[in-house]
Structure formats: structure tokens, C-alpha cells
Ligand binder design. Structure first.
Ligand SMILES: Nc1ncnc2c1ncn2[C@@H]1O[C@H](COP(=O)(O)OP(=O)(O)OP(=O)(O)O)[C@@H](O)[C@H]1O
Ligand SMILES: [Mg+2]
Length: 254
């Protein structure tokens, strides 16, 4: 069964960047196959990964499934459609949940996702799930059965409070999360030190921090996918460090 690592956090804290660099780590270490799951309606994990997406899970409409070809059950047809929306790349597949169909209704794609998630997860070693900034996806319970939840925060007291709210919500919803860790992004060692007592007070387990990285800015400016960051990238190195710890954690938990 694949290990599910989900990333949550306030808007713009670096969730998608963390997902992208996590995937880069897994690919580089041969910890494949990996499923990259973009559960943000404003999907952009594909850009960080340098992958084109033609269709999303959200494109699979109820009325389409109702028209399953003769000799095929609705379920089989659904699975076929699901497979069609998987983007297959070297070492990883990308699945994009996509946008809600009508005003606010995301129900069909979510139901679909939930139904097939278990089956899907079994085919991968790791599943990396990028989420939207709001907490909606958590209350809609698409973030189910997560082995590791990484909550990303900026290095501010307010940011930490927002991160804490997410952790509390997850606990209240009793979503199956094995372990939760805090990741501080765009953060220096000095800032970590300054925030240490607050982190402890809020009951967070800090797994690591990612420094501000001028190379990311440069890549963003030029529109180069962040998975292509060189080994010299400070953020890349930090994420690799975090992943070393996480993978060790996962292996010992087995
Ligand atoms: N450590 C870093 N150093 C420099 N730039 C960074 C760093 N981390 C993220 N960024 C940049 O900050 C911006 C926001 O990051 P990202 O898109 O990963 O955040 P997000 O939490 O996924 O945002 P959203 O809530 O909109 O989905 C991006 O342009 C990204 O490249
Ligand atoms: Mg994002």
C-alpha cells in the first residue's frame, strides 16, 4: 500500500513547491512509482513538475458516466475515464482533481475520487497530495487516510496560529492522519530559533525549515519548472533533508 503524504497550509506558503521538490526527491532516490495528486481546484502542481494536463477528474461528468458504452458497467466506464485522466510520466503519474462543475458543486469528482482512491493508492509506493489553501477539502474529507500530513507555514506567529487551526480541524474531523509535522518555509535558522517556544506551545513537531531560495525566484521569473532546480538549490537541499527524515520515519513505523 502506498504511503500518502499530504501537504496543507495557508495560501502561498509553499505547498505546491514542497510537493514538487518532494516528488523530485522520490524520483531521484528511486522510491517509485509515485502518484502526484493535485487536489487544488486552482491546479498548478503540473507547472512545478513541468507536465501538461489535458483532462482532470472534474471533467468526468455524471451525464458522461450515465452513457457507458454497451457491455460496460458504469463502474468499469468510470475507471476507464479515471485512467484516461492520469498523466503518465517517467517514474510518476499525475492526477488532477480539477475545478468544481457548477456553482460550488464538487461532489461528483469528490465521490469519484474517494471511491477509487484506495484502489489507486495501492499501485504506488508514494502518493503526494497537494491541497488548496482553504480548509474546504479537509471538511469535504477528501484528505482521507493520510500517513503524513505536512503543514506549511511562514515564519510568523500569525502563520503558526493559522497552521495550528488546520491541525485542530484535522483532529476534530478525525480524518485518518497518522502523523502531522510542521514545515517552515522561507525561513532562516535564526527565525526557527525565535519561533521555537511558540512551536512547542502550539504542540507542533517541526520536521524542518526551507530557506528563502533566490534560485526559485529566478526559475519562477523564467518559467522553468522547479523540479529542474540544481543540487545547489538551498530549498531543494532542505527538502531532501526533510524527506530523509520522513522516509526513515515511515520505514521504522512499518
Ligand atoms: N523557499 C522559497 N524561496 C523562494 N520562493 C519560494 C519558496 N517557496 C515558495 N516560493 C515561491 O512562492 C510562491 C508560492 O509558492 P507555492 O505556489 O508553492 O505556494 P502554495 O502554498 O502552493 O500557494 P497556493 O495557496 O496559492 O496554492 C511561488 O512563486 C513559489 O515559487
Ligand atoms: Mg499551491
Amino acid at each position: 500500500m502506498g504511503k500518502v503524504i499530504a501537504v496543507a497550509g495557508k495560501g502561498g506558503t509553499g505547498k505546491t513547491t514542497l510537493c514538487g521538490l518532494t516528488i523530485r526527491y522520490l524520483l531521484e532516490k528511486g522510491l517509485t512509482p509515485v502518484l502526484a495528486l493535485d487536489a487544488d481546484p486552482n491546479a498548478n502542481l503540473n507547472e512545478v513538475l513541468g507536465v501538461k494536463v489535458e483532462s482532470t477528474l472534474g471533467d468526468i461528468r455524471e451525464d458522461v458516466i450515465d452513457k457507458a458504452p454497451p457491455g460496460m458497467s458504469k463502474d468499469e466506464y468510470m475507471e476507464l475515464k479515471l485512467e484516461e485522466s492520469l498523466v503518465e510520466e517517467e517514474g510518476f503519474d499525475l492526477l488532477v482533481m480539477g475545478r468544481p462543475e457548477g456553482p460550488g458543486c464538487y461532489c461528483f469528482a469528490n465521490a469519484l475520487f474517494r471511491r477509487y482512491m484506495d484502489k489507486l493508492i495501492k499501485s504506488y509506493k508514494y502518493v503526494i497530495m497537494d491541497n488548496e489553501a482553504g480548509l474546504e477539502h479537509l471538511s469535504r474529507r477528501t484528505t482521507r487516510d493520510v500517513d503524513i500530513l505536512l503543514i506549511v507555514s511562514d515564519p510568523t506567529q500569525r502563520g503558526l496560529m493559522a497552521a495550528r487551526k488546520i491541525k485542530t480541524l484535522v483532529e476534530e474531523l478525525s480524518i485518518g492522519v497518522e502523523e502531522t509535522f510542521l514545515v517552515l518555509n522561507r525561513t532562516s535558522a535564526r527565525q526557527v530559533e525565535a519561533l521555537e517556544s511558540k512551536i512547542g506551545e502550539l504542540g507542533f513537531d517541526l520536521i524542518g525549515h526551507i530557506p528563502p531560495d533566490p534560485l526559485i525566484e529566478e526559475f519562477d521569473l523564467k518559467g522553468i519548472p522547479l523540479v529542474k532546480l540544481p543540487q545547489s538549490s538551498l530549498a531543494l537541499r532542505a527538502v531532501f533533508g526533510i524527506m530523509e527524515k520522513l522516509v526513515a520515519e515511515i520505514v521504522t513505523a512499518r
